[in-house]
Design a protein around this ligand. Structure first.
Ligand code: GYE
Length: 323
């Protein structure tokens, strides 16, 4: 009898244990784990870019670790090292400047973790530090801005246009390539004269400071303001008006990005031309990362399709910009 009781007790204990360690249904496994180092939140473009990447990660079933570097390269490097330690499947980041990435990207390479550049790119002598670069053709954006100005000069019958330029973050890809594309396109046209190029760091506050300086120094001489992004343009606008000029009329204003706030100002006639630089890169990023994980070949450089919005166009039917 005693033996039977012991046997029943053992059976009951085993059942309890089995019930206790019953496998809970596994949560859906992420398609992949991605570490993303975002350079900051300095503009509507950047905020829109972050939001789109987060939304697309969710849509594609990607587990996303998003880090905000707050405009500091050292914070991006630290984040990439954390992603390596965490052994993510893919590392992606928008490099705030082009130089200084070799060491940390060599560490990612040695860890066997593929890297995707988003929005901006890097300068390096070492091959295959990254698998793909997804972002605008910034040189072409500069070309498109200049081509608009050439058309405008022809339409206005101008024989001279004196230009001030407010550039983006020093040594960043968009700053370098927009500047080159713009001035390469104007080179040789005797009507076009650069008064001065100043750095506004893609920030609205710095755009205002730069415009205040340029107005004090050049005033009536300024015919054109070429600003590397909408934030700096919107910082410059009130300075221009407070100095007694009508932006879009007394001065031709050319900007880049194309967020809703700037587009509305363009529609009101206070900006003449905006070259689109779309932040909506999240879908391309997730598709590329998933292809890499699946061992599929991916493009080395992926440029989104972009437009130009200017005072020659009927923008009444333009859908909401989403950033
Ligand atoms: O034009 C600007 C942002 O890297 C293309 O960075 C991006 C630029 C964009 O601060 O608004």
């Amino acid at each position: 009898m005693k033996g039977k009781i012991c046997l029943l007790a053992v059976i009951a204990l085993c059942c309890a244990l089995l019930c206790g360690c019953r496998q809970e249904p596994r949560a859906e496994e992420p398609a992949l784990v991605m570490g993303f180092s975002q350079l900051g939140s300095e503009s509507s473009f950047r905020i829109g870019n972050t939001r789109d990447i987060e939304a697309q990660a969710q849509a594609y079933g990607v587990s996303l670790m998003m880090d905000d570097a707050k405009q500091k390269q050292e914070n991006q490097i630290d984040a990439i090292r954390r992603f390596i330690a965490y052994r993510v499947d893919v590392i992606a980041f928008s490099p705030i400047v082009e130089e200084g990435w070799d060491n940390v990207l060599l560490e990612a390479k040695q860890a066997g973790i593929p890297v995707i550049l988003v929005d901006r790119t890097i300068q390096t002598e070492i091959s295959d530090l990254y698998v793909s670069q997804i972002g605008a053709d910034f040189y072409q954006e500069g070309v498109l801005a200049a081509q608009y100005l050439l058309r405008k000069a022809d339409a206005l019958g101008k024989d001279r246009l004196r230009i001030v330029e407010i550039t983006g973050t020093e040594s960043s890809t968009p700053m370098r390539q927009r500047h080159e594309g713009f001035w390469d396109t104007l080179a040789g046209d005797p009507r076009m004269e650069l008064l001065e190029s100043v750095n506004g760091d893609f920030l609205r506050s710095r755009g205002a400071e730069c415009m205040r300086y340029l107005l004090e120094r050049y005033g009536d001489q300024i015919d054109v303001v070429f600003s590397h992004n909408d934030e700096m343009t919107m910082g410059a606008l009130p300075e221009i008006e407070q100095a007694g000029y009508r932006p879009g009329q007394d001065m031709i204003l050319i900007s880049i990005d194309g967020g809703q706030e700037a587009i509305d100002i363009l529609k009101a006639g206070r900006i003449n031309c905006i070259v689109e630089c779309t932040p909506m890169l999240g879908g391309l990023l997730m598709e590329t990362a998933l292809d890499i994980k699946a061992g599929k070949p991916v493009e080395g450089i992926i440029h989104p399709v972009e437009r130009v919005f200017c005072d020659e166009d009927d923008l009444s039917a333009l859908p909401p910009r989403g950033y």
